[in-house]
Design a protein around this ligand. Structure first.
Ligand code: NAG
Ligand code: NAG
Ligand code: NAG
Ligand code: NAG
Ligand code: NAG
Ligand code: NAG
Length: 467
């Protein structure tokens, strides 16, 4: 950066010197022999040529200086793509030509894996090693690591991956001096995160021109079939406009709440869970102009943004949390009670070989609703009576009914499910229905069949605090 400033200073000095020299060449009018008209004409022509030449030089110099200044401004005020020594990072691929123009053997457009990093070197090393170990193709899943904080150990950890990844370093939020409302001083990290998302997504979609991206964070672990999952669900986002994203996370994906055999099972969900999720450039083009200064995930869950769209989520999570997450933006208690207990899938499933058309809204909604309301309605007591005596075989599906926020949270608490709502939507719910699997029984926690929409005034119990 210092070298850049020096360079631009030199250019400016050169620019000024040229003007002085050129003006110096213009003879003083007092030396003109005023009585020699033809000589005077010649002098005027000569003067005109000198001035024209000077104007051309000035315009060239000015254009040159403008370009250099613009480059410098880009580097300092927006983002910096750091290329270290030529042997380690090769960012030339991502900065000069669009990798999105490449296509893999199956003619699938590549999906960027955008990794958010800040100040946790051990986390980024573990996370990226996992991504590189499991990704089937570097062409189909280019990894782009985006760093906000100025942590040198993280930059070093990233460089160690050499040309297997590309790296973008933004001017840190601290240096950029972000605006945080005074009553939100304790939430400054949420403003930094929202700013980082905006910068990184702009880079991936607007500069690199990818048509889809998977967003991960350095504290996530991934399942072996993580890329199978996203690769296979990618086309659904194009063919079904009622889908907003695909997420690898299941908010109720704890051991004892999921069917460990159902490696193939996917759902539609009205709850945006994030934590390893995929979006298309189409969605980014919609969100980018209105992107918020803070709390972007709750902002996205607002009915005004979600617009009744759903995400795909798995029964068995394809992301989980590593211990690195404990020191993140989320509250410690939420981490130890919930996040760390989410169970990663251990038996890979070949999603790309499966027919996932059942997830398209046209087919899914009617089947899902029929399935849910065809199940036998039971009370919590009846469920407990049934399930305590279960052997290892899956039993008939049952349904528990709720008609209020309090009733939902009460049932959820008994079953150890997440009890809270965001914008009126319970975690993992689709059309109000939360599905789980306890004691070998598929259990639907469902509103009455006459349900039509969520009530944003349904909010979580006050003791649930999270990040
Ligand atoms: C990059 O990936 C290749 C092939 O997977 C591997 O051999 C190489 O060691 C990796 N380089 C780094 C710096 O991780
Ligand atoms: C960006 O990608 C789209 C296809 O997704 C392509 O039509 C378009 O030409 C690309 N734009 C640039 C500038 O490469
Ligand atoms: C996927 O399943 C649907 C519905 O069963 C069927 O109509 C469609 O042909 C199947 N697609 C493929 C490629 O098998
Ligand atoms: C549960 O089982 C016990 C003993 O088998 C029985 O007495 C009780 O009535 C049952 N409760 C319900 C709600 O079915
Ligand atoms: C599941 O079974 C255990 C005992 O095997 C029992 O204590 C528990 O209440 C049951 N859970 C539910 C939700 O019925
Ligand atoms: C899970 O699979 C195992 C082995 O295939 C089987 O014995 C068991 O009954 C299955 N459990 C459920 C709940 O389907």
């Amino acid at each position: 950066m210092r070298r850049r400033y020096l360079y631009v200073s030199l250019v400016l000095i050169l620019f000024v010197c040229c003007h002085i020299i050129l003006f110096g060449l213009v003879p003083d009018s007092a030396t003109f022999p005023s009585n020699d008209v033809s000589a005077l004409g010649e002098r005027i022509d000569q003067l005109q040529r000198i001035l024209d030449e000077q104007a051309r030089n000035s315009a060239r110099l000015k254009a040159f200086v403008d370009i250099e200044l613009r480059k410098l401004r880009d580097l300092t005020t927006t983002t910096t793509t750091i290329a270290s020594s030529p042997t380690s990072l090769t960012t030339s691929d991502v900065t000069t030509k669009s990798p999105a123009a490449n296509a893999n053997a199956q003619n699938q457009p590549p999906i960027a894996v955008l990794v958010f990093a800040c100040n946790r070197p051990a986390a980024i090393t573990y996370h990226v090693s996992k991504l590189l170990r499991y990704r089937p193709s570097a062409v189909q899943f280019p990894v782009v690591i985006s760093q906000d904080c100025d942590s040198i150990p993280v930059a070093d950890a990233v460089r160690a991956f050499g040309s297997n990844i590309s790296y973008i370093k933004h001017e840190s939020a601290q240096k950029a001096g972000i605006q945080v409302p005074s009553n939100h001083a304790q939430y400054a990290s949420y403003y930094m995160i929202a700013r980082h998302y905006k910068l990184a997504l702009t880079h991936v979609f607007e500069k690199l021109n990818f048509s889809a991206a998977i967003i991960t964070e350095d504290d996530l672990d991934i399942a072996e079939d993580f890329f199978e999952y996203f690769g296979a669900t990618r086309p659904l986002l194009d063919s079904d406009r009622s889908l907003m994203c695909v997420s690898a996370w299941n908010d109720n994906g704890k051991a004892g709440l999921i069917d460990a055999n159902a490696t193939e099972l996917l759902y539609r969900s009205d709850f945006f869970s994030g934590l390893g999720w995929m979006l298309t450039r189409r969605l980014w083009e919609e969100l980018s102009p209105i992107w918020p200064a803070g709390f972007w995930d709750d902002w996205l869950r607002d009915p005004a943004r979600r617009q009744n769209r759903a995400c795909i989520r798995p029964e068995i999570p394809r992301t989980s949390m590593t211990n690195q997450g404990k020191v993140g933006a989320s509250q410690g208690l939420f981490f130890s009670k919930h996040l760390i207990k989410i169970k990663l899938n251990e038996r890979p499933f070949s999603f790309t070989q499966a027919n996932l058309s059942y997830l398209l809204q046209d087919r899914y909604d009617a089947d899902f609703i029929n399935n849910v309301y065809a199940s036998r309605e039971v009370t919590l007591e009846q469920l407990q009576n049934q399930t305590t005596s279960a052997d290892s075989k899956a039993l008939e599906a049952v349904r528990l009914t709720y008609t209020s926020a309090k009733e939902f949270s009460g049932i959820a608490a008994k079953l150890q499910l997440m009890v809270d709502f965001k914008a009126g939507v319970p975690r993992t719910a689709y059309r109000g229905v939360v599905s789980c699997f306890v004691n070998n029984t598929r259990v639907f926690i469902a509103p009455p069949r006459s349900w039509t929409s969520y009530d944003p005034s349904w909010t979580g119990p006050p003791d649930i605090i999270e990040g």
